[in-house]
Design a protein. Structure first.
Ligand code: AMP
Length: 208
């Protein structure tokens, strides 16, 4: 059973690693950010509710986010485990998660601050879920589905700064939270996608 939480600042590479892990370990990748963005794109009531909050770089209220994740984890594909990416983001969310699931490992992807800003500035997304970086991918269309790539609204510099402040204040304390529970593994996320993936896989395989 692998119930995995990925921790790390915005731009640490959680989404990239989660997508690779999903393939390798055949676990569902649950990204609250992706769920919110899909709802915004489709104009659902949830999307309408959260758009302004996300555009400012603030956090969606805990009750709403927790309810969403609780429903998702109750689905049959999560019986064998899951990869949570972007949740929990506050101590209250982590405590709520404990009431309906137990986390086997929290993998903290540690990256330097300058790398985070650089990565986010070049990040490009596709609506199919693929992500790219301008430093390694020059085209405007997705290699998988051909749709036009776009930059997330909240990847603009002033919003990124607010997201990093929110991370420091609200999310960073989770490192201590999971350390106390004996499930924290911190790995170096500065060395590129492949090297990071090797380290994350080692943790999951019990070799780290
Ligand atoms: P992400 O794609 O994980 O960077 O999330 C994008 C945005 O969605 C965040 O900046 C928040 O506004 C919102 N969001 C995603 N996950 C959460 C969460 N667990 N709690 C509150 N807000 C969230």
């Amino acid at each position: 059973m692998a119930r995995i939480v990925l921790l790390g600042a915005p731009g640490a590479g959680k989404g990239t690693q989660a997508a690779l892990l999903k393939e390798k370990y055949n676990l569902p990748h649950i990204s609250t950010g992706d769920i919110f963005r899909a709802n915004i794109r489709e104009g659902t009531p949830l999307g309408v509710k959260v758009k302004a909050i996300i555009d400012k770089g603030e956090l969606v209220p805990d009750e709403l986010t927790v309810a969403l994740v609780k429903d998702r984890l109750a689905m049959p594909d999560c019986e064998k485990g899951y990869i949570l990416d972007g949740f929990p983001r506050t101590i209250a969310q982590a405590e709520a998660l404990e009431s309906f699931s137990s986390v086997d490992m929290a993998i903290n992807i540690a990256v330097d601050d300058e790398a985070v800003i650089r990565r986010i500035a070049g990040r490009r997304m596709c609506k199919c879920g693929e992500t790219y970086h301008t430093s390694t991918y020059g085209a405007d269309e997705c290699a998988k589905c051909g749709s036009k790539l776009y930059q997330r609204d909240d990847d603009r510099e002033e919003v990124v700064r607010e997201r990093l402040r929110v991370y420091d204040r609200q999310t960073k304390p989770l490192i201590e939270f999971y350390a106390k529970r004996g499930v924290l593994h911190t790995i170096d996320g500065n060395k590129g996608v492949e090297a990071t993936f090797r380290l994350v896989s080692e943790v999951i395989d019990g070799r780290h």
